[in-house]
Design a protein around this ligand. Sequence first.
Ligand code: NAP
Length: 539
Amino acid sequence: MTTKPDYDALVIGAGFSGLAVLHHLREKGLKTIVVDGESEVGGTWWRNNYPGVRTDSEYSYYSFSFSKEVREEWAWTERYPSGKEVLSYLQFVADRLDLRKDIMLNTRVTKAVYNEADNVWDVSLSNGSTVTATYFISGMGVLSRPIWPDIPGREKFKGRLLHAAEWPREGVDLKGKRVGLIGLGASGIQITPTIAPEVGEFYVFQRQPNFIVAATNPKVTPEELAHVRATYDEIWERAANHPFGVDMVPAQYSAKEVTPEERQRIFESKWDEGGFHFANECFNDLATDHESSELASEFIRGKIREIVKDPATAELLCPKDYSFNGKRVPTGFGFYDAFNLPHVHLIDTKTNPITEITEKGLIVDGKEYELDVLICATGFDAMTGNLTGLDIVGRGGEVLRDKFKVDGIGGNLGIMYNGFPNFMVSLGPQTPYSNLPVPIQLGAQWMANAIDFARKNNIAVLEATPESEEWWGKESERAAKATVMYEQGKKAKAWFLGDNVPGKPREIQVYMGGGQVYQDYCRQAVADDYRSFRAPEFA
Ligand code: NAP
């Protein structure tokens, strides 16, 4: 190359991933630019504004560990912070670490092409310019390409049609309105109890019930915050060594090893503790043993029957076709209680699917439900959607979405792909299914170290070897097969398996072998001088 590239690295996305990558690349002295199509930083937490949006993880481990200033100066106010609070946190991170000067907002990457002659990425932007960068890094997020339900007639609806993931920033007045909701994943589960008290009539269209673990959300006291700040390094260490990236103690026993009374006592105590404590701390095999998963399922069904007063509604809310951990477990803040309100109606669309969306509402079992507002909380083309939705063109003109069809989606450790030199992904397909700030930060540090190593050793190209891709695909498959989700997820239409998107090839989307195991593999790659990231002819 005759001229220097414009940047050492170009990163797409100014959410958790982009901010962490920018911070760590700067530490290594790389001239870096982050490009984001939105008008503000925050990524997922900027875009997701729907009523009730908040974390499912507790604040104490839902944050970065790398900046002492941020840790000391930022004050969380709720155990499970609202979306607004997480957004403020990310804005604070951007300001406190002076990241904004290297972030270009309101600009989309429209195409990225590897220019082999110059060993740079030519990145086209929505403002019409093209910039060059040696390293091209995706921080586009894993759950940010929304999907709408494949129900005919959507365009006919004359009322207000909304998607949870594209909620208007100015908010929506739902007071007294006839509101319909399609979708009861983590998003719909948060929307339901939040809007139920204010709407006129609320029709919740449920195709498949979910196992929802309850949580309470107390305010964070100054004493508690001081303790978290003082012990943050230990909290982070525990989260980084936990399979699910949370500050929790992995359980020691199988649900089958204890007496029924003891099991009930443990289930009850962790249910009261709330949220992911139930999933992670009761027993060590709720995600890996079908019988144990079914024991947890039955406990939750009991809770549903206890909370929901109308027995027919309670039965409809009880998942019976798959068991606990068959898909991502959401946290509910008063979800089941909402169905005790007289104007909240649960409509079963599994037995009788929604056949049509009409001008006035939608039709189930020949009956038209008239609506002023229809909310779709129908999820995302998870993990791969953003990568396949962009033209990412590697060596010899190969497009990433085409490579996925041939070689699988995971590359090497979900970070890099053969044929796509110096292209890296934060939270790529087949990276750990876990509390995400942990793998995001560790991944950003890994990338910065890898690039630093390459620069110091005059390695012009980092790129997954074909062997490493084959190995990682097999390891991801092996790890998934050891979980109940692998079988149960088929019945649950889990996004973990791509089963939530009609026509998407069935492939494990995340690494299910545990975050700490994944980090061991990442450390091993470093110890091996990144050999599996150095395709032989370029090493
Ligand atoms: P989701 O979990 O994929 O749920 C989508 C829902 O829409 C399901 O109930 C699904 O029903 C329903 N649906 C989809 N297409 C439909 C159709 N054609 N007809 C009827 N129903 C249809 O999506 P999500 O709730 O947006 O959550 C996705 C992920 O985002 C979560 O798993 C989580 O990782 C993340 N998230 C996290 C938080 C948090 O941490 N606080 C909050 C929100 C989201 P079926 O089950 O019958 O397929």
